[in-house]
Ligand binder design. Structure first.
Ligand SMILES: Nc1ncnc2c1ncn2[C@@H]1O[C@H](COP(=O)(O)OP(=O)(O)O)[C@@H](O)[C@H]1O
Ligand SMILES: [Mg+2]
Length: 306
């Protein structure tokens, strides 16, 4: 399938001499939600700003729906809606006018039916005549999304959409994003909240110090890099791990009341069977056992450390 956005060998050196992006290549698929995950300063906003034509690339090539972002700037830009990281929300303008003007800026003919549809989908219809400055934080965020959708783009960029937003509002935002995806919009969001990438994305790109470290299906990423842990809650505390169990990756926890076995999520389960046999042979009794897989957070911390 042809990518809806193609980024090839993109580098960015700011005027200060700082190299914010180093040879980044990335294809974005039509209809997906991709999360660009990385710590502050990784280059996420720079990448988005270049694709949206706000910052000039130093090297490399980008096309949006086949349009080169430099040679065909207007055509490329009109495919895109951008909700920037820094929101400008102290406006005296009404919600309705904000969306309508923004549409006009893209040279699109007025389409009140579309504006109404967008406002309704964001639960903003009742607020259409309110001035933006009078709205709550969450409503303002929605207005910014509505503004970005006013010219009917097929691609939506959300730069840190839930930074500084409370938990409830975050869930709301996720719901809005899911509905947009269901309507066929391709969504690229940046975040330094792992939880957000884990919850929302179809694919995850990890970006660190200006480089894309990896891009994977969320599910594959968690499978591939996820370690699993089997914890045995013992009936009696253990003084030391018996020699007969030395070949297993075991740790004592909880003052000897728990034994934790770490293994690869893709490993054959036969190892667990033999471990349990050997534990029984060592006369260790346990009253309960549990397994858990690493969260994306643990995977991410490991990646960035490497
Ligand atoms: N206009 C600029 N001039 C010089 N350096 C910049 C400029 N904008 C951003 N940077 C630097 O580039 C790096 C990446 O920034 P940014 O893309 O905003 O990261 P992120 O969005 O991942 O937090 C940071 O170290 C930042 O200080
Ligand atoms: Mg940023």
């Amino acid at each position: 399938m042809k990518p809806v956005i193609s980024v090839q060998n993109l580098s960015k050196t700011y005027a200060s001499g700082f190299r914010a992006l180093k040879n980044v290549s990335l294809d974005i698929r039509e209809g997906e939600i991709i999360a660009l995950l990385g710590p502050n300063g990784a280059g996420k906003t720079t990448l988005i700003s270049i694709i949206c034509g706000i910052v000039n690339p130093s090297e490399g090539q980008i096309t949006v729906n086949g349009h080169d972002i430099i040679r065909n700037y207007r055509a490329a830009r009109s495919e895109i809606g951008l909700v920037p990281q820094e929101l400008t929300t102290d406006s005296f303008e009404t919600v309705w006018n904000t969306l309508s003007f923004s549409r006009g800026l893209f040279g699109k003919a007025p389409n009140p039916a579309h504006i109404e549809k967008v406002l309704r989908s964001l639960s903003l219809w009742e607020k259409k005549d309110n001035r933006i400055m009078t709205l709550s934080g969450g409503m303002k965020r929605r207005v910014m999304i509505g503004k970005a959708l006013s010219h009917e783009p097929k691609i939506l960029f959300l730069d840190e959409p839930t930074a500084g937003v409370d938990v409830e509002l975050r869930k709301d935002m996720w719901q809005v994003v899911r509905e947009l995806r269901a309507s066929g919009v391709t969504i690229i969001l940046t975040t330094h909240y792992i939880e957000e990438a884990e919850e929302m994305a179809d694919r995850i790109g990890v970006i660190n110090k200006g480089e894309i470290i990896l891009v994977e299906e969320k599910h594959d990423l968690m499978q591939k890099l996820g370690e699993k842990r089997l914890t045995l809650h013992l009936s009696e505390p253990l003084a030391a791990i018996p020699g007969s169990l030395a070949s297993y990756k075991l740790e004592m926890k909880n003052d000897g009341m728990s034994l934790v076995y770490t293994y690869d999520a893709q490993q054959e389960s036969s190892d667990i069977t033999s471990l349990l046999d050997d534990i029984e042979a060592a006369s260790i009794q346990f009253k309960d056992l549990e397994t858990r897989q690493n969260s994306l957070e643990e995977i991410f911390v490991n990646l960035v450390k490497k």
